[in-house]
Ligand binder design. Structure first.
Ligand code: SF4
Length: 356
């Protein structure tokens, strides 16, 4: 442990061997080092954006055991939005001042690349300045298998039709054995990383997630972070790391308890320390609740995602995020926590510091 503490005190890179020991440290030791790193990078700033999540369909060809969002016997409400319905949502949200639309879908066999590209084109033509964050690596992989379009061609089309950045979904846990148990058949970890590498090679940016608190263990989480760190060393294309707390309701995993607050905060702190080359750590309030996400800002996180407006994926699993948060509430909560709310764009350029 002495070597690990020395590495932390030196504020240099934590070696791979020592990284696997981080969960053995107590929460407050981790918090001390993670908060120091967070403060050096971002001071008291807490970043957020004004965004709208849209999940155009929940009909899915895949059967991830952790998932409560897709239409299945525990959540029998299949839907597929038409382009007109999607545009109506975008119109309304733009009227309220969103700067980003975040579009992620289930893997619906009745959708095609044309269907996806039509959405992006329609939005970009009407709102050229609205940032489109869309297409997880898992969706790209699904469409490749279904429509035989290479990753390279897929990415070129996304860029041509107006996708500005990629979200970090579909990463789950990279460990192949765990992956085979929770999401067999979905994009492999190797291909998830390959797709993001390709996206970065086009000068584009993306985020990376990790789904934790289900059947994985702590070493799997560290392995996940180290694989991301290695790719980030090569490309520098990840903006934010987003640890997602697995939600237990309506899933097919035989687990009764979700990760508790200590486990969540430790994971946030460790991600800040291991991912020394990823600028932002997001406490995604949709999976951990806004209060804990605010506390996480003292444990290494510096971002809360955004107002979201409507959330369907995590709320299907029991998260209290279905309705999003009003902007003034969001800002007040950050200020009450003694922190400085900073509205950012999707690529972390600062738009406005919200003074109290
Ligand atoms: S996580 Fe995504 S790919 Fe897996 S079942 Fe749910 S919607 Fe489908």
């Amino acid at each position: 442990m002495t070597k690990l503490i020395k590495e932390l005190e030196n504020e240099g890179r934590i070696s791979e061997d020592e990284a696997y020991k981080l969960y053995d440290l107590d929460l407050f030791t981790l918090a001390k080092f993670a908060h120091k790193k967070r403060s050096t990078l971002h001071g008291k700033k807490v970043y957020f954006n004004i965004n709208r999540h849209i999940n155009p369909t929940n009909i899915c060809a895949d059967t991830c055991k952790f998932c409560a969002f897709s239409a299945h016997r525990k959540n029998p409400n299949p839907y597929l939005m038409s382009h007109g319905e999607i545009m109506a949502v975008v119109d309304e949200a733009v009227g309220r001042g969103i700067k980003e639309v975040h579009i992620v879908s289930a893997h619906n066999k009745d959708t095609s690349w044309q269907w996806y590209l039509g959405i992006f084109k329609m939005i970009k033509q009407k709102y050229p300045h609205l940032h489109i964050k869309a297409m997880t690596a898992a969706e790209i992989d699904f469409l490749k298998r279904r429509w035989k379009l290479s990753y390279e061609e897929s990415i070129e089309r996304m860029i041509e039709y107006g996708v500005d950045s990629m979200p970090g979904g579909g990463a789950e846990i990279f460990d192949e054995e765990i992956r085979a148990k929770i999401c067999k058949g979905k994009v492999s970890s190797q291909n998830w990383l390959k797709i993001h590498e390709l996206w970065h090679s086009k000068g584009r940016q993306s985020n990376a997630t990790m789904l934790f608190g289900h059947i994985e263990n702590k070493a799997h989480r560290i392995d996940h972070m180290l694989r991301l760190r290695a790719l980030q060393d090569k490309t520098g294309g990840f903006n934010a790391f987003i640890p997602l707390v697995w939600q237990k309701d309506n899933s097919f995993l035989p687990i009764k308890q979700q990760a508790d607050s200590e486990e969540i905060l430790k994971t946030i702190a460790i991600s800040r320390l291991v991912l020394d080359n990823v600028p932002h750590i997001k406490a995604y309030w949709a999976t951990m609740g806004i209060n804990l996400a605010l506390v996480a800002q003292e444990f290494g996180a510096n971002d809360l995602d955004g107002t979201i407006e409507k959330e369907s994926i995590q709320s299907a699993g029991g998260a209290k995020s279905a309705k999003g948060l009003a902007l003034n509430t969001f800002i007040e909560l950050i200020q009450t926590a003694g922190l400085v709310p900073v509205e950012r764009d999707s690529l972390y350029n600062e738009i406005k510091i919200c003074a109290s």
